[in-house]
Design a protein around this ligand. Structure first.
Ligand code: PA5
Length: 450
């Protein structure tokens, strides 16, 4: 069976084999700390076993609910921010027809998102679209108190109640939240919404394989069993008993840290398929929020090639030499299209006629790798045979496991996000939220000084 593979040939000569294997003992310790739950953040390790522990009853409910909703609605609105929406969006966008919003024969509901920004124009324009469509809402918030999704939900709840009547909304609103705590839990219980639980020991950015990701992905019409199967395979390929050399997660975590210690402080996740754009957004959320702490951490960035070879490519080739690239390469695309011959050949492309577009894309990838490595940018290549549910499941679990190991190697807790509170405190103070009176006074003076 083919699986995700990692190619590290092009991290040399920036780091040596000895520098990579130098992490072997540490990785052994950290992987045991994860599995024995003895490391920092050990109350947030539920994601480690998720692919094999997600409950059969949850899966059955998800299957039934998604089959019903797919018959009933034209649009699904997923409300959430950070880890509460980015995993679902990553998978749905990777698997969807690029122009699905324009396809007439589309049977799946179109998935739209809300609560991931505070733009008045965004939400107004969303309401404009929803006015003429049948829709359901999944509202996701582990804490149940996050401002952005709470505002979006208040607006959409009102809209839906006015549109179809309060009694009908119960079947069209699904709340995914904490088992017991939080405003969303209370609201869902009072209003009788359908609910699913985010396990206590799974943080937002590690939650894509819980109902947080699985339910929207299933409603969008994709095979969540295959997604979980892929993740399960990766769970065993990155398990505690797999050797350092054979475990792609330990190798990736070790190489990232070795490069970081050589001054390569920015990692760019590269794709050659625009379908992976939002997968990179998920990856940035996972790595940025997990590792950027205590004045440490690799800055996660992303580009879509070849598009960004005509913009960021210049910087990557010749700018400050503090970056490395991790390329997600899809071996075989899902469709086949060849470049036609042309009798005039005025565009001088006949030397490529008969070739698949993907062959040109692969040569762009190879040519770019050689150029960037020559220019001082180390390259890690992660290859998947094709872009489907199974290999997305592998990618997700691989990146999650490597992120945890890499965070431990950096010496930080990869499962908390204390820095996210700073902007919230200021925003609440500026808005005059009850309980923030002291902060309001202080920040008013700051604003006057500005
Ligand atoms: O990874 C995380 O924990 C965060 O990105 C959260 O998912 C995000 O802040 C949203 O939080 P909540 O689900 O509590 O609304």
């Amino acid at each position: 069976m083919k699986n995700l593979s990692i190619c590290i040939n092009h991290v040399y000569p920036f780091i040596t084999t000895e520098e990579i294997t130098g992490y072997k003992a540490q990785m052994k310790t950290f992987i045991s700390a994860l599995h024995n739950k003895t490391g920092s953040g050990n109350d947030f390790l539920g994601w480690l076993d998720l692919p094999s522990t997600i409950s059969a009853s949850d899966l059955e409910r998800i299957k039934k609910l998604s089959n019903n909703l797919r018959q009933e609605i034209e649009i699904l609105v997923v409300i959430g921010i950070g880890g509460s929406y980015s995993g679902a969006k990553a998978v749905i966008e990777a698997l969807s027809h690029t122009f699905s919003h324009l396809k007439k024969d589309r049977h799946k509901p179109l998935v739209l998102y809300a609560g991931q920004n505070l733009s008045e124009d965004y939400i107004t324009e969303l309401l404009e679209i929803l006015e003429k469509k049948s829709y359901a809402v999944i509202v996701i918030s582990k804490s149940g108190t996050t401002t952005e999704p709470a505002i979006a939900f208040r607006i959409l709840k009102n809209h839906l109640e006015n549109k179809i009547g309060k009694t009908e909304t119960g079947g069209k609103i699904i709340a995914i939240t904490d088992t017991k705590r939080g405003a969303l839990r209370e609201l869902a219980e009072n209003e009788g919404y359908i609910t699913f639980v985010i396990p206590d020991d799974v943080g937002g950015r590690y939650s894509v394989l819980t109902p947080v990701g699985i339910l929207p992905i299933a409603i969008a019409g994709f095979d969540v069993y295959r997604l979980l199967e892929g993740a399960r395979v990766m769970q065993s390929l990155t398990g505690e008993n797999v050797s350092f050399e054979d475990n792609p997660a330990t190798i990736y975590a070790a190489i990232r840290n070795a490069l970081y210690n050589k001054g390569k402080t920015i990692e760019i996740l590269v794709n050659y398929s625009p379908k992976l754009h939002f997968f990179s957004e998920w990856w940035k959320q996972l790595y940025g929020e997990s590792e950027g702490k205590e004045n440490k951490g690799i800055f996660p960035a992303s580009v879509n090639f070849t598009t960004d070879l005509h913009s960021m490519g210049q910087y990557i080739q010749e700018g400050k030499r503090n970056i490395f690239e991790t390329v997600i390469s899809i071996l075989t695309p899902n469709s086949e299209l060849r470049i036609p011959a042309d009798s005039g050949n005025l565009d001088k492309l006949n030397y490529m006629s008969g070739k698949r577009i993907d062959e040109v894309n692969k040569m762009a990838e190879l040519g770019t790798r050689i150029a960037h490595v020559d220019g001082g940018v180390p390259n890690i290549r992660i290859e998947i045979p094709e872009l489907d549910e199974f290999f997305l499941g592998q990618l997700i679990y691989f990146f999650e496991k490597a992120c945890a190991l890499s965070g431990y190697t950096l010496g930080i807790n990869p499962f908390d996000q204390p820095g996210v509170e700073a902007y919230k405190k200021n925003m609440f103070a500026l808005l005059g939220k009850p309980g923030f009176e002291e902060e309001t006074e202080k920040i008013k003076n700051r604003v006057l000084d500005d």
